[in-house]
Write a protein that binds this ligand. Structure first.
Ligand code: CA
Ligand code: CA
Length: 241
């Protein structure tokens, strides 16, 4: 959201501009550069969240562009409305670089961890001979029980996260390559990793796991001598309580 808004008129005027955006719950900071002219008074920027909670930043008169900021705004998930108002004055409000930025540090859209990139561990080889992978390759695990792939992932807070494991499996006969899901040293589930039909046909398996705040290890351990499917990356969504 970056634009130049001009609000006001040469006559006594109450008006404004409004923008709606969809946001995840979190703590936000809104800021803008504003200048005023004439006898404008009572200029304001207000953000109202989906629950109807409103926070207002008052914009004093200034003849040059001046940065104004309001931080630590808790907003609930859903559609938030940002409103600029120039009221009960006889002048102009000009606004630039209007921004609403999340500041509480958690990752709203998840994080990708490539299987070929340290600190990930691949007991096997990092290969590039089958197209369609992301990053710079994929983990081709050794064909053995005990040949694992491990990711080190960070969670902003403890809770349950969605894990998306991207893999390809063209084992002859269409045979699955099952694995245990081991989080922080504890086996928490099994993953089937069925055939994708071709080594360059990738599929994503969606799992859930409980993560600690901070660093976690997520390891896939094959349970048959065929080893793991080829593993491209792990997508980790934000943790939720
Ligand atoms: Ca292999
Ligand atoms: Ca990759």
């Amino acid at each position: 959201m970056e634009e130049l808004l001009q609000v006001g008129a040469g006559q006594s005027y109450a008006g404004g501009a409004r923008q709606r955006i969809t946001i995840p719950a979190g703590t936000y900071k809104m800021s803008l550069y504003a200048k005023t002219s004439g006898s404008l008074s009572a200029a304001q920027m207000t953000v109202t969240d989906a629950a109807g909670n409103a926070r207002t930043l008052n914009i004093p008169a200034s003849s040059g562009f001046t940065r104004r900021e309001l931080a630590n705004i808790p907003l609930s998930a859903g559609t938030a409305t940002v409103t600029i108002r120039a009221a009960s004055g006889n002048g102009y409000l000009t606004v630039d670089q209007l921004a609403l930025v999340r500041t509480d540090g958690s990752t709203p859209t998840g994080q990708r961890y490539e299987a070929e990139t340290a600190p990930a561990v691949c007991l096997g080889t990092i290969d590039t001979n089958h197209s369609g992978f992301t990053g710079t390759g994929f983990c081709n695990s050794d064909a053995a029980v005990g040949a694992y792939a491990q990711f080190t992932v960070n969670a902003a807070q403890a809770g349950t996260a969605t894990l998306g494991v991207r893999f390809a499996n063209a084992q002859s006969g269409g045979t699955a390559r099952p694995a245990n899901l081991v989080v922080n040293g504890t086996t928490v589930g099994t993953v089937s990793f069925e055939s994708t039909g071709a080594w360059n046909t990738w599929s994503t398996k969606s799992l859930t796991a409980s993560l600690n705040a901070g660093s976690n290890t997520v390891r896939l351990e094959p349970t048959t001598a065929d080893g793991l499917p080829n593993l491209d990356h792990l997508d980790v969504g934000p943790t939720a309580g």
